[in-house]
Design a protein around this ligand. Structure first.
Ligand SMILES: [Zn+2]
Length: 252
């Protein structure tokens, strides 16, 4: 049976460690020897079962990106970046192909406004037993002004953002990983954290797989606009062309 809402288990939720704001809380992902339920380890990259599975009717995994607690996608050397994304995409696809889930979501939170709880760089791959995220995808949400295109990878700035304001999109055919995908992703994240005109310290990555394509949405996070919370109306800023030119000048 399908469901419209994901159920959150509050009893597990209260036990979850939080160290994005509470710096006193030791990092659970740095204590590598204490990690349990490992699924695959490749050097400093680890995929494991989430110790605090707060979502019901779901299989939650955590992908620890590196053993460096202070690192972040924009600081990775290219070989590590590509290895990480290939590792993540492989496991995401494997869960999709297992046929056990209605759909599998793959995303990342970074920073205090991202909704994340642990600062150590990590991503999440979650199999949903009764929700298909693809049903919520509105056409055009991945379209936008082309910033750059390389080896078949398109890097755009949304003209019809899902929530509003600035959303970056990456588009790749689903068969083979192309390095330009990772490089554009890193540029989007770097721009948000270091060159964004509105000072952002948080972002999310949301990966989508449909129509034989992989789409990644890179979203800087601020306090969400009340017009979206109250009425579901996304707003589009009128300086998108300026921002595209700004990114081109800085990175290309
Ligand atoms: Zn750590």
């Amino acid at each position: 049976m399908k469901n419209s809402h994901l159920h959150f288990n509050t009893a597990i939720g209260v036990k979850k460690p939080e160290n994005i704001r509470n710096k006193q809380q030791a990092c659970p992902f740095c204590a590598r020897e204490q990690l349990t339920d490992l699924i695959e380890v490749d050097g400093s990259i680890i995929l494991l079962k989430n110790k605090y599975p707060v979502l019901e009717n779901a299989y939650q995994t955590v992908l620890i990106e590196t053993d460096d607690c202070q690192a972040e996608i924009s600081t990775y050397e290219h070989p590590h970046l590509h290895k990480l994304l290939q590792f993540a995409l492989k496991h995401w696809r494997k869960m999709e192909e297992s046929g056990e889930y209605e759909s599998v979501i793959f995303f990342k939170n970074h920073g205090p406004l991202s909704g994340g709880t642990i600062a150590h760089p990590h991503m999440q791959i979650i199999g949903l037993h009764d929700i298909n995220y693809k049903e919520n995808i509105v056409e055009d949400v991945f379209g936008g002004i082309l910033i750059d295109e390389k080896d078949g990878i398109r890097f755009t700035l949304s003209t019809k953002p899902k929530v509003g304001f600035y959303e970056f999109n990456l588009e790749m055919d689903d068969c083979v990983y192309i390095e330009a995908f990772g490089e554009f992703l890193q540029i989007a994240v770097h721009y948000i954290l270091y060159n964004f005109p509105f000072k952002a310290n948080s972002y999310n990555l949301f990966f989508h797989h449909f129509d034989r394509k992989i789409y990644a949405k890179v979203v800087p996070r601020f306090v969400t606009t009340p017009l979206f919370i109250g009425y579901g109306i996304p707003q589009v800023p009128n300086n998108l062309d300026w921002m595209v030119d700004n990114i081109r000048e800085l990175y290309f």
